[in-house]
Design a protein around this ligand. Structure first.
Ligand code: DSN
Length: 406
C-alpha cells in the first residue's frame, strides 16, 4: 500500500475510533448497519448509469437497473405511498435544488422557514443558490418557539409564493402539514415538505405523514433518522414525476451514484423491518427523557420541550455560548453542535444554544436512563464553564463518565 493510501486508511481508522468513543448527539447523524456500509463500498461505484432504469445512456446497466427499481419500490413501501420517487439525488441539498427547478422559474417566490428559527440553508438562504435563483420570503416562530402559522398564512397571501416549504433542521415539535396544505391551497401554491430530519419518525408513524397531508413534493435525506447512507430522495405526486426526473438528470446532476442507491435500498429494507418502528419510538422516548432531565435541572428548552428526535437547549440564562459548550464537550467525547435560538442575538458561529439529537445513540442502545445521565454530564460541563473550572477539574472526570456510559 503506498504511503498516501496508508495515510487515508489510518485517518479512517482514527475516525472509527472517535465514533466508538463518543456520545454522538448531532441530530442529523446516525450509525448505519454493516450491510449499508458494504453496499456503499461495493463495485457499483465503478458503474456509470446516466438516465433512469430502462432508459440509460450506457451499456451494461442490467444490474443497476434492477437495483434502482428495487430501491424505488422499497422506499414507496416504507412510506406506504404510490407517489413517484426519484432515488438519485446525491444529497438533501441536491434533492431540494432539483425539486425547486422542477416547479419554479428563476425569480419565482419561495416561502420557507427562516434559518435563524430552525430552517435550512437550502430553503432560500441568500448565501445558498436557492436564495440567488428565487425570491425568498421567510416565516418564523412565535415567542414560544413554535412555527407561527399566522405568519405563514399572512406571507402566503401577501407574496403569492410558487412554493410553500415546510421542514426544518432545528425544530423540536410536530409540524402541522395539514395546516400548511390548507394555506398552500388558499394561496394557490405548491406545497413542498423537506422531511430530512424526521423521515425515520414519519416512516415509523411517530410523526404525521406529509404524504397523508397531500404534499405535492417531499424531499428527504436518507442518513438522519432514516439511518441509511448519505444521500437524498424526492417523492412527488405522479403528475410532477417527469419534471422531477428531468430536474435531477440532466438538469442538476450527471451520473447517479449506484453504490449509494444500493445503500439506500438496504436502508429501505431495514426500515421495513418491524424493529425499525421500535427504534423510532425509542428515539422519541429517549429525547423526551433527556429533555425532562434538562428541564428538571432548570434549563430552558426552545418551546419548553420536544415531540421528536431533537431538542434545543437555550443557554442564554447560563451565560454560556453554544460554541463554548460545543468545544468543551468535544474535549470530553460528547459531540453536538452549537445552534441559534429564536430571536438570536449572537452570530451563528457563536450562537446562544446547542442542538441535541437522540437518533445516533438510540441506535447504539442508549436508554432513557443513559440519556438522563448524559444530560447531567452536559450540566456539569456548563457549570464548570461558568465557574472557570472546566479544564482544571471537570473535563477529565466527565470524559471518564462518558467512557463508563459507553
Ligand atoms: N446539516 C444538516 C443538519 O445538521 O441538520 C441538515 O442538512
Amino acid at each position: 500500500m503506498n504511503e498516501k493510501v496508508k495515510e487515508v486508511f489510518s485517518l479512517i481508522e482514527a475516525e472509527k475510533k472517535r465514533q466508538s468513543e463518543t456520545i454522538e448527539l448531532i441530530a442529523s447523524e446516525n450509525f448505519v448497519s454493516q450491510d449499508v456500509l458494504s453496499a456503499v463500498g461495493s463495485c457499483l461505484t465503478n458503474k456509470y448509469a446516466e438516465g433512469l432504469p430502462g432508459k440509460r445512456y450506457y451499456g451494461g446497466c442490467e444490474q443497476v437497473d434492477r437495483m434502482e427499481d428495487l430501491c424505488r419500490d422499497l422506499w414507496r413501501q416504507v412510506f406506504r405511498t404510490d407517489y413517484h420517487v426519484n432515488v438519485q439525488p446525491h444529497s438533501g441539498s441536491q434533492a431540494n435544488l432539483a425539486a425547486y427547478c422542477a416547479v419554479m422559474d428563476v425569480g419565482d417566490t419561495l416561502l420557507a422557514m427562516s434559518l435563524n428559527d430552525g430552517g435550512h440553508l437550502t430553503h432560500g438562504s441568500p448565501v445558498n443558490q436557492s436564495g440567488k435563483l428565487y425570491r425568498s420570503v421567510f416565516y418564523g416562530t412565535d415567542e414560544n418557539g413554535y412555527i407561527d402559522m399566522e405568519d405563514v398564512r399572512r406571507k402566503a397571501l401577501e407574496y403569492h409564493p410558487k412554493v410553500i416549504l415546510a421542514g426544518a433542521s432545528a425544530y423540536p415539535r410536530i409540524i402541522d402539514f395539514d395546516a400548511f396544505r390548507a394555506i398552500a391551497d388558499e394561496a394557490g401554491a405548491y406545497f413542498m415538505v423537506d422531511m430530512a430530519h424526521i423521515a425515520g419518525l414519519v416512516a415509523a408513524g411517530c410523526h404525521p405523514s406529509p404524504f397523508a397531508a397531500g404534499a405535492d413534493i417531499i424531499t428527504t435525506t436518507t442518513h438522519k433518522t432514516l439511518r441509511g447512507p448519505r444521500g437524498g430522495l424526492i417523492f412527488a405526486k405522479e403528475e410532477l414525476g417527469k419534471k422531477i426526473d428531468s430536474a435531477v438528470f440532466p438538469r442538476t446532476q450527471g451520473g447517479p451514484l449506484e453504490h449509494v442507491i444500493a445503500g439506500k435500498a438496504v436502508a429501505a429494507a431495514e426500515a421495513l423491518d418491524p424493529s425499525f418502528k421500535i427504534y423510532a419510538e425509542r428515539i422519541v422516548e429517549n429525547c423526551a427523557a433527556m429533555a425532562d432531565e434538562f428541564l428538571s435541572m432548570g434549563y430552558d428548552l426552545v418551546t419548553g420541550g420536544t415531540d421528536n428526535h431533537l431538542m434545543l437547549l437555550d443557554l442564554t440564562r447560563q451565560d454560556v455560548t453554544g460554541i463554548q459548550l460545543q468545544t468543551a464537550l468535544d474535549a470530553c467525547h460528547i459531540t453536538l453542535n452549537k445552534n441559534c435560538v429564536p430571536h438570536e442575538t449572537r452570530s451563528p458561529q457563536v450562537a446562544s444554544g446547542v442542538r441535541i439529537g437522540t437518533a445516533a445513540m438510540t441506535t447504539k442502545g442508549f436508554d432513557p436512563d443513559r440519556f438522563r445521565r448524559t444530560a447531567r454530564l452536559i450540566d456539569r460541563a456548563v457549570r464548570a464553564l461558568r465557574e472557570g473550572t472546566f479544564e482544571s477539574a471537570e473535563c477529565a472526570k466527565i470524559a471518564d463518565e462518558v467512557r463508563r456510559l459507553l
